[in-house]
Design a protein around this ligand. Structure first.
Ligand code: FNR
Length: 348
């Protein structure tokens, strides 16, 4: 396959998927200002590569929250994977397992944790907390029992940002059985099951003690909030604007990542997502200090063509990241902080 085939996967999926599913994956909130500018924000990062260095061996391996992985590129949690492909999360997990990548499983998943874990993938649970926290406990217990290695608390979604559909929505047209199969039957109708509007740092501590797992806080865009997460015991902070699907006009992850990394000060891991589409984008994220980069839409577009296409995505991204790392004069992308060009590039 051509090295740039990833640029065409959204268009390929547009033909393969029912229109409401394609629209659901693609859409941003509001006027989609944030969703539209995510990709371009990575293009603005400039490298100052090293030369005269031995780049014979390039090693992408990393360890995140104690799990050894072949790549710092992970799969972000996304809802409705079974609308993209009947095998949904299980196909996504098989490809991630083959690639040695970590997969974050949405709490909305349409496949059981046991089936996902059966692929052998390293996986983390993504969770929203309900107004009545205790209602979330059975879901958390199922994830722990099935072998989740961390829990990712999404904190940017007190309410779901309004999206504008110019046709029937995925919610109206797809099988409701493709969603939320890891919750107890009737969960959504229970009083207190709605998303919590009063999340606070104490919820990080609660989640950590309830699950015994490291807690990742996803949706942080400010250094002061990042610090509060670390002080409350977060093992990692995940810089994200939810793919532009929550507050529109929110700043791009690339613009704030460096300041969050500085605030965390090495006391926790830092991840990022939003608009990453290539190995060079991942190197840019790591040059700004991220320990790992996650992709939401790209693997979903690939999933529309099946598990093999998702695996091909992982392999292509690994090859691109290896090349970019070598061209930057490094033997690992984990050294990329050193190749960030000074701002403005090389002074006036
Ligand atoms: C998401 N995202 C998301 N996040 C989360 O914490 N729980 C979820 O269930 C979902 N569901 C979801 C569905 C779809 C279709 C998309 C596109 C996104 C957000 C996701 O984890 C991630 O933050 C963004 O997708 C990253 O941006 P890119 O890679 O899509 O540009």
């Amino acid at each position: 396959m051509d090295a740039n085939w990833l640029d065409g996967v959204e268009e390929a999926a547009r033909h393969a998927l029912p229109a409401p599913v394609h629209r659901y994956i693609r859409q941003g909130a509001g006027a989609s200002v944030t969703a539209a500018e995510a990709g371009r924000s990575w293009d603005r990062i400039r490298f100052a590569p090293h030369v005269l260095r031995d780049v014979t061996d390039v090693d992408l391996r990393t360890t995140l929250l104690g799990s050894d992985l072949s790549t710092p590129i992970g799969v972000a949690p996304t809802t409705f994977q079974r609308a993209a492909h009947p095998d949904g999360e299980v196909a996504m997990a098989r490809a991630a397992a083959d690639a040695g990548s970590v997969m974050v499983v949405s709490s909305n998943a349409g496949s059981t944790f046991v089936d996902i874990a059966g692929t052998g993938v390293t996986w983390w649970l993504q969770a929203y907390l309900s107004a009545d926290r205790t209602l979330t406990e059975p879901l958390l217990r199922r994830a722990v029992d099935a072998g989740a290695r961390a829990v990712v608390l999404t904190v940017d979604t007190p309410v779901v940002g309004t999206k504008h559909d110019d046709g029937p929505t995925v919610w109206e047209t797809t099988d409701p059985g493709w969603l939320r199969v890891n919750f107890d039957a009737g969960y959504d109708d229970l009083p207190g099951a709605q998303k919590a509007l009063d999340l606070g740092p104490h919820d990080i501590e609660w989640l950590s003690s309830t699950t015994g797992l490291p807690v990742v806080v996803k949706g942080v865009l400010r250094p002061d909030d990042a610090r509060r997460c670390v002080q409350a015991g977060a093992a990692a902070v995940w810089v994200s604007n939810h793919g532009g699907r929550q507050l529109d006009r929110t700043v791009a992850s690339a613009e704030v990542l460096e300041s969050v990394v500085a605030a965390v000060g090495g006391d926790a891991e830092v991840y990022v997502d939003g608009g990453l589409r290539s190995g060079s984008d991942v190197l840019a994220a790591m040059a700004l200090g991220a320990d790992a980069a996650f992709l939401g839409r790209l693997p979903l577009w690939c999933l529309a063509a099946g598990e093999e296409r998702v695996l091909a995505m992982h392999r292509t991204l690994a090859a691109q990241l290896t090349e970019a790392t070598r061209l930057a004069g490094l033997s690992s992308p984990s050294q990329a902080v050193g190749v960030l060009a000074p701002k403005p590039p090389f002074g006036p």
